[in-house]
Design a protein around this ligand. Structure first.
Ligand SMILES: N[C@@H](CCC(=O)N[C@@H](CS)C(=O)NCC(=O)O)C(=O)O
Length: 218
């Protein structure tokens, strides 16, 4: 069985878990407690020298896969059904673009190492740190919203009426913005409508951070 290193709170892990769920794949899970700094311990650095989760070890061993979107692409190529990318190149570029706004531009600004650097190296106090987290989380959602609200391919989901990588990344971004950073999301109604649609699907619900072992009740 594949082995997934993750953490209940991790939005990058969430992306991988949703994709695994949608594709009906099982993994053994190993929790790396990011709040306790376990990502920096030698044992884990051998798995992922970047000191981040997720990392995925395949059935046949070998070096772990890293970076959630690279893992999603691997899963897509090795288990194409159900597809998480459209068939046409233009549609694929749009879905990847939407996914990257969340995963490559929004999310990296709110991860523990950035928060710790703001706090410990730059002495940015809690109130300002919270403003940073909410600001950048919402900025990414607003950029996604502009595409979703104004472009024809938007359907029940980000791209047409089937779930794609864009929806997976959008859902994680919304969970961070609303659940972790208490953003006012009234200005991103299309993103929220699509998020609600995703949350009707078991793979999105069962991977939710608050449903993972070790998560707090709220
Ligand atoms: N771009 C990476 C992000 C990985 C990442 O930053 N993961 C976070 C949790 S969501 C982490 O492990 N952070 C540890 C830290 O910042 O110290 C991906 O998509 O896999």
């Amino acid at each position: 069985m594949m082995k997934l290193y993750g953490f209940w709170r991790s939005l990058a892990t969430y992306r991988v878990k949703v994709a695994l769920g949608l594709k009906g794949l099982q993994v053994e899970e190993v929790s790396i407690d990011l709040l306790k700094g376990k990502q920096h311990e030698q044992d884990y650095l051998k798995v992922n020298p970047q000191a981040v989760v997720p990392a995925l070890i395949l059935e046949d061993g070998g070096p772990p896969l890293f970076q959630s979107l690279a893992i999603l692409e691997y899963l897509e190529e090795t288990k194409p059904q159900p597809p998480l990318l459209p068939k046409d190149p233009r549609g694929r570029a749009r879905v990847r673009g939407l996914a990257l706004i969340a995963a490559a531009d929004g999310h990296p600004l709110v991860v523990p190492r950035i928060r710790n650097y703001l706090e410990k190296e730059l002495n940015v106090g809690e109130e300002k740190r919270n403003r940073w987290l909410a600001h950048w989380s919402l900025k990414a959602l607003e950029a996604i919203e502009s595409h979703l609200a104004n472009e024809r391919p938007t359907g029940k989901f980000c791209h047409g009426d089937t779930v794609s990588m864009a929806d997976i990344c959008l859902a994680g971004q919304v969970i961070g913005a609303t659940g972790y950073f208490k953003c006012d999301v009234s200005g991103v109604p299309t993103a929220m409508r699509i998020y609600e649609e995703c949350m009707k699907i078991e793979a999105f619900v069962s991977a939710h951070p608050l449903r993972q072992p070790g998560a707090p009740a709220h």
